[in-house]
Design a binder for this molecule. Structure first.
Ligand SMILES: *[C@@H]1O[C@H](CO)[C@@H](O)[C@H](O)[C@H]1NC(C)=O
Ligand SMILES: *[C@@H]1O[C@H](CO)[C@@H](O)[C@H](O)[C@H]1NC(C)=O
Ligand SMILES: *[C@@H]1O[C@H](CO)[C@@H](O)[C@H](O)[C@H]1NC(C)=O
Ligand SMILES: *[C@@H]1O[C@H](CO)[C@@H](O)[C@H](O)[C@H]1NC(C)=O
Ligand SMILES: *[C@@H]1O[C@H](CO)[C@@H](O)[C@H](O)[C@H]1NC(C)=O
Ligand SMILES: *[C@@H]1O[C@H](CO)[C@@H](O)[C@H](O)[C@H]1NC(C)=O
Ligand SMILES: *[C@@H]1O[C@H](CO)[C@@H](O)[C@H](O)[C@H]1NC(C)=O
Ligand SMILES: *[C@@H]1O[C@H](CO)[C@@H](O)[C@H](O)[C@H]1NC(C)=O
Ligand SMILES: *[C@@H]1O[C@H](CO)[C@@H](O)[C@H](O)[C@H]1NC(C)=O
Ligand SMILES: *[C@@H]1O[C@H](CO)[C@@H](O)[C@H](O)[C@H]1NC(C)=O
Length: 833
């Protein structure tokens, strides 16, 4: 995670125009553009003229978006030779060349056109709606003599293309500026490298820094994406003479640009009218694994394993174990077993979800299929890997590599299949393993071994168990952990006999409930991290205030809870009851909880919209299971972001479910003497009347949705009118600007996800409506999230003014004698009926 860099600061360019100016539509022969004049495109999208940066007198001729403020440049003519002061002009010569002249008429910049030799009769300069500045001959208007799109600056906009000549290798690409306010040619270049199979790269001088990658038919291979960009049409065209890459917008209302920053990062921005600013969508390089060939040859880079991001590919071992261990990866990896090409016995291992290796030492054929490709690769002893050239429609074409495999990485999403050649002996071992499973192969091997051990342990335990039953032991003993659970769905028909730990085991695992092991304070008591002797990480909840229930009832209740199994519920591994201690043992969640991410200024940028949406949907499914699909019909009663735990794949798991029931017995729906909940998440009927139902959980779920979208806490949110988050969300909704609610850091996925985000905001508001009957139940909410149910208009939610009990007209809640705790801890209150 550390490898994530905070995204770039906006590359806004502040510059000044000469104050008074005329606008022109064209420049014809004999006319010139002075410093107080600008040229505008027909529909006034772009404007061209002279400008200077705020802290400098140097004058440049450039093109910018006319209506976007602050001014954003897309092109500069004389970037390496500025005018010294504001008395120059842009002239058109009778040969059809454009020149920038200083006050004395000395030429400081000029266009270069191969076409100037032909006779030009009536040259004319025009700025097109696309942002392209062109010179054409009015007597032959289709023949463009010169265009600014052929001479890219640091910005790529729709219609413009990166081009590389396949004969000479000369390229036209983006060139970075020296500095954010100095457009002189900088160090970095973004272009197509045509060696081998062409790929888009960022270089610094001759040094390759980052490969965005080769074209796979949809997108460049290094871009992690499972969803295609609906508004965009990227295209990569290879002809005999030239290869080019660029994009067009299918949705013309989108304003988009790529910029190569002076720091050498390529970023894609889209202008949002709603937020009136540029939103960043893509930036590369963006993590450690984007550094070209960081891991050396034959190794895979996986940013998820940070800091140890490098791992040898299967069938390879570090060239120098010592260097590898000290994280000096540049030597890379070598084969465990030499290839045996002559005996024709080698084979291939399939790697899924990969960014393809460096294609500069590769060969390709468009018409071969994957089988032919495999055979072809086997037939050439220096071939080390192959892949489909084009992944559309099930894959076509053949791309093969020679020598070392360089710069591959596992992508967080998207990516494609890569087949890497290994010796027969490696293949047998590894492929037999992969028959069983589909994850990473090393894990599979481990999985099999662990599987066998678990099986044996189960047998032993079963034996022990039966033995124990016969003896009818009174006192709970230690039972090794095991369970028959399958990972998919509930298995309520097979009751699980829950493991019961003894206190010394747990005390040992949690270092005697040491403060260092404390993960947090939950509603029902503190939670500790622990490690069992078998190495398994656990989370231990130490229940407090649990008097009034005997050990037997407690264990029965825990068993019922343990039987609730769902992929979006935290798994209960066992319990312990001894000496007035009641402990619950859960699986440990490496990514902590939702609040740990969404409310933290730096960590929130790690959660993109797709992940947040998946988390929201996961919570909905878990809650639906508790409410309707499980045997028990559990009302959670303390649903909040800190109770949504995240596993290593960021899958949400609801925790603390069933605890209210476990501790106080089955109260069903209705009124209760005990109000449990957390300020900010409790529904009004629950807080005021102590009445609870599944709809109280729906309310808390709605708060979680809005918090996840906004990155703000309901209970701490302060609007200018002292509204909490719900009040603010409602106001934005009423004013038809709901998107003002969204977290700044969600801009990454803004345009594509906009309808989805709007839908979620609406669902969130539906769930927090004041009257419980108006709120959807969880099955309706799940359908709404899936887009399978139309959304009614929400009514006003129950929101708290910032100060409880203040006499603001929006006050919906009146507290009686409750004392709300000031921290995030759940509270338990006794209320008179
Ligand atoms: C440039 O244009 C200006 C104004 O039209 C004119 O006075 C000047 O002579 C031109 N210079 C050249 C070199 O054509
Ligand atoms: C532009 O500047 C020229 C001198 O450089 C001046 O003659 C002309 O009047 C100015 N035009 C406007 C509209 O200010
Ligand atoms: C200019 O705007 C008009 C009306 O909005 C539109 O019909 C026309 O296609 C636009 N022209 C260009 C070149 O975009
Ligand atoms: C503008 O700069 C040129 C040199 O490029 C100089 O000769 C001229 O005198 C300057 N004019 C003004 C008004 O400063
Ligand atoms: C113009 O072309 C000439 C010769 O083809 C070349 O030497 C010169 O660098 C070019 N200038 C620009 C600005 O491209
Ligand atoms: C995308 O662009 C390519 C090349 O310019 C073109 O052939 C194709 O038709 C475009 N696709 C769409 C959907 O417009
Ligand atoms: C390859 O074949 C030759 C001759 O058939 C044999 O001697 C050699 O051991 C084989 N190599 C391997 C690695 O199987
Ligand atoms: C590509 O593969 C096809 C089918 O195998 C073959 O006919 C063609 O000659 C190959 N092209 C090249 C350039 O090797
Ligand atoms: C393998 O392919 C490379 C590159 O196409 C070629 O130079 C070499 O001759 C081939 N070797 C064999 C044995 O076909
Ligand atoms: C792998 O499977 C093949 C046949 O499926 C078998 O011949 C071979 O012995 C197996 N190898 C190992 C190591 O299990």
């Amino acid at each position: 995670m550390e490898s994530f860099k905070v995204l770039l600061v906006y590359t806004f360019l502040l510059f000044n125009l000469i104050p008074t100016f005329n606008t022109l539509e064209t420049i014809v022969l004999g006319q010139s553009l002075k410093q107080n004049e600008t040229l505008i495109s027909k529909n006034e999208t772009f404007e061209a003229g002279f400008f200077n940066f705020q802290n400098s007198n140097f004058q440049y001729f450039g093109i910018w978006y006319k209506d976007i403020s602050p001014k954003t440049l897309i092109w500069i003519a004389n970037k390496d030779s500025p005018l010294q002061n504001s008395s120059g002009s842009l002239n058109l010569t009778d040969k059809g060349t454009l020149v920038v002249l200083d006050s004395k008429g000395v030429m400081i910049w000029s266009t270069n056109s191969s076409k100037t030799a032909t006779k030009v009769t009536k040259p004319i300069v025009e700025l097109l709606e696309s942002g392209n500045l062109i010179v054409k001959d009015e007597t032959n208007p289709d023949d463009v003599l010169w265009q600014s799109f052929d001479l890219p600056s640091d910005t790529l906009i729709p219609g413009m293309r990166l081009r590389t000549d396949l004969v000479t290798g000369d390229y036209k690409g983006l060139v970075s500026w020296t500095d954010t306010e100095d457009p002189a040619t900088g160090l970095y270049s973004y272009h197509i490298d045509s060696t081998g199979f062409p790929q888009v790269v960022i270089t610094k001088g001759n040094k390759l820094l980052f490969r965005v990658g080769s074209w796979n038919g949809n997108i460049l291979s290094g871009i992690a994406s499972t969803t295609l960009y609906k508004a965009y049409n990227f295209s990569f065209v290879i002809t005999d003479k030239e290869v080019s890459y660029g994009y067009d917008l299918l949705d013309k209302s989108v304003v988009s640009r790529y910029i190569l920053t002076s720091a050498g990062q390529i970023s894609r921005y889209t202008f949002s009218d709603q937020l009136n600013s540029w939103q960043i969508f893509f930036v590369g390089p963006s993590d450690q694994c984007d550094n070209y060939a960081l891991c050396g040859g034959n190794a895979n880079c996986d940013a998820a394993n940070s800091p140890k991001v490098c791992d040898c590919l299967e069938g390879f071992i570090p060239k120098s174990q010592e260097n590898w261990d000290s994280q000096k990866w540049s030597d890379g990896c070598v084969r465990k077993v030499k290839l045996d090409c002559d005996n024709n016995s080698d084979g291939f291992l399939k790697h899924v979800g990969m960014k393809l290796p460096d294609t500069s030492k590769s060969w390709f054929n468009k018409s071969m299929n994957l089988d032919e490709c495999e055979r072809f690769c086997l037939g050439n002893c220096s071939c080390t890997a192959y892949a489909s050239l084009d992944i559309r429609n099930g894959g076509s074409g053949c791309l093969i590599w020679f020598n070392n495999i360089l710069d591959v990485r596992k992508l967080p999403s998207g990516g494609q299949d890569l087949y890497i050649r290994v010796a027969a002996s490696e293949l047998v071992l590894l492929t037999n393993i992969s028959d069983h499973n589909t994850g990473s192969k090393k894990k599979k091997l481990a999985g099999i071994i662990v599987g066998c051990i678990v099986f044996i342990v189960i047998l032993i335990v079963l034996g022990f168990f039966m033995h124990r039953r016969r003896k009818k032991l009174e006192k709970p003993g230690v039972i090794p952990i095991f369970s028959f659970e399958n990972q998919t769905e509930s298995k309520e028909n097979e009751d699980i006999d829950i493991p019961i730990f003894d206190l010394p085991t747990i005390a040992n695992a949690t270092n005697n409930f040491s403060i260092d092991n404390k993960l947090g304070q939950g509603g029902f008591g503190p939670v500790y991290k622990g490690k069992l002797e078998n190495g398994q990480d656990i989370a231990v909840k130490r229940l407090c205030n649990t008097s009034g229930q005997g050990p037997k009832e407690f264990i029965n209740e825990v068993k019922l809870i343990a039987n609730l199994q769902h992929r979006n519920l935290v798994k209960l591994l066992g319990c312990c009851i001894q000496n007035d201690e009641k402990l619950l043992v859960y699986e440990f969640m490496i990514n902590r909880s939702l609040d740990y991410f969404i409310f933290d200024e730096t960590r929130k940028s790690l959660l993109h919209w797709t992940q947040r949406f998946q988390i929201i949907c996961g919570i909905a499914r878990g809650l639906l299971y508790l409410h309707e699909d499980s045997r028990l019909r559990i009302i959670h009663r303390d649903l909040k972001t800190s109770n949504i735990l995240l596993d290593k794949n960021m899958i949400p798991k609801i925790s603390d479910f069933g605890l209210a029931r476990t501790l106080w017995g089955d109260e069903g729906e209705g009124e209760t003497r005990r109000v449990v909940g957390t300020y900010g998440y409790i529904s009004p009927e629950f807080a005021i009347r102590g009445f609870f139902s599944v709809k109280s959980d729906v309310f808390s779920f709605g708060v979680i949705i809005l918090e996840t979208i906004s990155g703000k806490k309901n209970r701490e949110y302060v609007d200018y009118d002292d509204l909490d988050l719900l009040g603010f969300a409602w106001r934005m909704w009423s004013e038809q600007t709901p998107l003002k609610l969204i977290d700044e850091t969600l801009r990454d996925s803004f345009v594509e996800a906009e309808p989805e985000i709007s839908r979620c905001i609406q669902i969130g508001l539906l769930c927090v409506q004041e009257r419980a009957d108006d709120r959807p139940d969880m099955s309706a909410a799940v359908l709404m999230l899936n887009g399978e149910k139309s959304l009614p208009n929400p009514k006003e939610p129950a929101f708290y003014p910032h100060q409880l009990g203040s006499s603001s007209g929006t006050s919906k809640l009146h507290s009686n004698n409750e004392v709300y705790s000031n921290n995030e801890v759940s509270m338990t209150l006794l209320q008179a009926r």
